[in-house]
Design a protein around this ligand. Structure first.
Ligand code: NAD
Ligand code: GLY
Length: 378
C-alpha cells in the first residue's frame, strides 16, 4: 500500500518513527546501522562507540551550523575533548588538499591512535573522513553520521572511502569500515530538494539490481518520498541498508558481487568527471547513468524496452535528469576506461541480466556508441 504523501519536510521533523537496526555482518568488523528520529543528539545512540581521550567531528561549512553542536553535546561525556572541523562544502573539494585539512587538525590537536573521527554530513564528508581514519596512524576508529538521503542509503554503509583525482572519480581510497552508522531521519528535513532527488537515485538502484518488489514499492511511493513522508523515507532507508548489508556481507572488497552496486555508475562517473566535479550531483549522474545502463542491458538482451521505459519514468518522477550531457561518445569512452572495474583498458559495465538481477559484462564499443547516441543530448 502506498503511504500517505501529505507530510511535508516540517512534518518530518515532528514525526516519530520507531528506531530500527540493520547489521553489517563482517566478522570482527561487523557494525550496526541505527535508523530513526532524534538519534543524533541522544547520547545513548553512541553506546557502542569506543571512548577515548579525544574525538574529532569532521563536517562541512553547510552542515556544521545545523547539527555539529548537537552531536558535540551528545558525545561530550565520552571524550575529554571534542573538536569540530568544518571543511569547504562540495564535490569539487573531495581531493588531497581538503583531506590534508583533516590530518592538519588531527596532528594539530595532538590526536592519538584511539581518537575517534565522526563524519557528520553527506557522502563527500563521509568518504573523506573514512579515508582519513583509515590512514591516520594507520587506522583510527570512525563513526558515520550521514545527513543526506544518499549517504544514509548508500555511501555511509560498507566501508568504501575515497577522494577524487582530476582524471578519475573516487580513484584514491581504501576499504575501511566504521564502528557505527547513525541515520537520523530528522536531518533530511533541511536537505535541499535537489539533494533529496539525488539520494533517490541510489534508492531506485536497489530495485533493478536486487529486488523488484522494492522497485514496485518505490513506484507506488515515489510521490510520498519526494514529499518527504516520514514513513516512506524510513522504509526506503531501511530496505536500502538491508540490501546493501546483504551484498557487502558477501563481498566486502568487491571481488565480484559488490560490483552490482555500481549500476549506472560507469556512465555516471564519466558524466561527473567529464563535466567537472560538482556540475551535476553524484546522484543525478547515477540516475541518468542508470538510464544508459538499462538501455545497454536491453541491447545485450537482458531486459525489454518496456523495462527501460519503466525505469526511465521512475527516475524522471524522482526529479532526476534522464538525458545525458553532450560530451561526445569518444570522450565518454575515454572517461569510462578510467574506472575501477576496467581491466586492461576494457570497460566493464554493470548490466541488468533480468529484472532484479545484475551482472558485470563487456560490451562492444559500437553498441556503447549507439546507446550514447540514443541517451545523450545532441
Ligand atoms: P554531499 O556530501 O556533497 O552532500 C550534498 C549537499 O548537501 C552538500 O552541499 C552538503 O553540505 C549538504 N547537506 C548535507 N546534509 C545536509 C542536511 N541535512 N541539510 C542541508 N544540507 C545538507 O553529497 P552526497 O550526495 O551526500 O554524496 C555524494 C558523494 O558520495 C560522492 O562523492 C560519491 O562519490 C559518494 N558516494 C560514495 C559511496 C560509497 O560507497 N562510499 C556510495 C555512493 C556515493
Ligand atoms: N556504492 C557502491 C558500493 O558501496 O560498493
Amino acid at each position: 500500500m502506498p503511504v500517505s504523501a501529505s507530510s511535508t519536510s516540517q512534518g518530518l521533523e515532528n514525526s516519530r518513527v520507531p528506531p530500527v537496526r540493520v547489521y553489517i555482518p563482517l566478522g570482527d568488523r561487523s557494525y550496526p546501522i541505527l535508523i530513526g528520529n532524534d538519534l543524533l543528539g541522544d547520547a545513548g545512540s553512541y553506546d557502542a562507540v569506543p571512548s577515548a581521550a579525544s574525538a574529532l567531528i569532521v563536517t562541512n561549512t553547510t552542515v556544521a551550523p545545523l547539527y555539529a553542536q548537537a552531536l558535540q553535546q551528545a558525545i561530550a561525556g565520552r571524550y575529554r575533548r571534542v573538536d569540530v572541523l568544518a571543511l569547504p562544502d562540495g564535490e569539487a573539494h573531495k581531493n588531497w588538499e581538503t583531506l590534508n585539512l583533516i590530518f592538519d587538525a588531527l596532528l594539530g590537536h595532538g590526536s592519538d591512535r584511539k581518537t575517534v573521527l565522526f563524519a557528520l554530513g553527506g557522502g563527500v564528508v563521509g568518504d573523506m573522513t573514512g579515508f582519513a581514519a583509515a590512514a591516520y596512524m594507520r587506522g583510527v576508529p570512525f563513526v558515520q553520521v550521514p545527513t543526506t538521503l544518499l549517504a544514509q542509503v548508500d555511501s555511509s554503509v560498507g566501508g568504501k572511502t575515497a577522494i577524487n583525482h582530476p582524471l578519475g572519480k573516487n580513484m584514491i581510497g581504501a576499504f575501511y569500515q566504521p564502528q557505527l552508522v547513525l541515520c537520523d531521519l530528522g536531518t533530511l528535513a533541511t536537505l535541499p530538494a535537489r539533494e533529496l532527488s539525488a539520494g533517490l537515485a541510489e534508492v531506485i538502484k536497489y530495485g533493478p539490481i536486487h529486488d523488484m518488489a522494492f522497485f514496485a514499492w518505490i513506484e507506488e511511493n515515489i510521490d510520498a518520498l519526494v514529499a518527504r513522508d516520514p514513513a516512506a523515507l524510513a522504509h526506503a532507508v531501511k530496505r536500502s541498508c538491508e540490501i546493501k548489508a546483504f551484498v557487502v556481507g558477501q563481498d566486502e572488497r568487491e571481488a565480484g558481487l559488490r560490483a552490482i552496486l555500481n549500476f549506472g555508475h560507469t556512465f555516471g562517473h564519466a558524466i561527473e568527471s567529464g563535466l567537472g566535479y560538482g556540475e551535476w550531483l553524484h546522484g543525478e549522474a547515477v540516475g541518468c547513468g542508470m538510464v544508459m545502463a538499462a538501455r545497454l542491458s536491453q541491447r545485450l538482451g537482458g531486459v525489454d524496452v518496456a523495462f527501460v521505459d519503466r525505469l526511465t519514468r521512475l527516475i524522471e518522477r524522482a526529479g532526476l535528469p534522464v538525458v545525458g550531457p553532450a560530451l561526445g561518445a569518444e570522450r565518454y569512452l575515454e572517461l569510462m576506461r578510467i574506472d575501477k572495474k576496467s581491466e586492461g583498458g576494457e570497460i566493464r559495465f554493470v548490466v541488468i541480466d533480468k529484472p532484479g538481477s545484475a551482472a558485470v559484462r563487456n560490451a562492444p564499443d559500437a553498441v556503447v556508441r549507439e546507446v550514447l547516441a540514443q541517451c545523450c543530448a545532441a
